[in-house]
Ligand binder design. Sequence first.
Ligand code: EAX
Length: 325
Amino acid sequence: MKKLLALLTMVTLISFSGSAIAAMEIKLGVVTKPGSAQNIAAEKFKELIEQRSNGDIKVQIFHSASLGNETEILQQVQMNTVQMAIVTGGPFDTFDPMARVINYPFLFKDHAQVDKILDGPLGAELLKSLEGSSFKGLCFSENGFRNLTNNRRPVKSPKDIKGLKIRTMASAIHKTIWQTLGANPTPMPWPIYTELEQGVIDGQENPLWVMEVYKFYEIQKYMTLTRHVYSYHIDVASLQWWKTLDAKTQKMIQKAMYGAAVFQRKDNRSKNAGRLKFLKEKGMQVEENPDIGAFRAKVSGLKDMDIYKNPKVQALLVKILDATK
Ligand code: EAX
């Protein structure tokens, strides 16, 4: 009997250690509000990981800038006071200039090419590089292709941009792009509704969902489908925290975040046609066929500029430019 009990205890212990995940709560930060691209990815991740861990892992989402702007969220992730974040690629370039590469203007032809690069070895190279600044890069969800809006005049070609005060993300590459295009770029963190409303800035650039979810159609008259940058999110964890997790938990989190990213990208892309229609109905004047050739020509020298001079950054840029030809 004693032997049998001992055996039973052993079996229970083995099966316990074989399936259980240490109970934990993950704090996840996003700067944007519910209904945003970042939140849709965050909510899907929460759903997947809570389900797959049988509730042992819980996720608390901090949204709407309740943890501060994207730079501040990333600083908290570095310190492990926040364990995970879904943050736009722009503000990452202060932490790791490798993040600039994906923000290169007119880099991707279409979504198929985006997915091929970001989910492949070149995307993995970028994720790996983030470890140098204390992030565990997990995968990429998306904001989408960015488009220009402004309240001054219709924009068809770069000459129409001259002198416009355009808000950019807190990102050296975004600032450089708009400078090169002839605008007067003003970097500032999200959110920016008040600044647009008060005319502190003439315009901004973001994917279609932003104009809808943040009601920019109320305060921006003109939109140009420039699609100048494919705006990605980097889905990250705190490297310090990541190292405390066992391999099984790491794998479960990695898989759930990737599942959420794939879900969110698809969701985002499927809504774009409806959004464009909605924004026009709301009175935005949309230039659907801008002179992209002229825009491209203006920024064609960017790859040789100082901003891409770092040899590691230059090497990744060359590889990605080559793979997206
Ligand atoms: O996702 O700051 C920005 O322009 C970002 O695109 C914003 O987080 C919305």
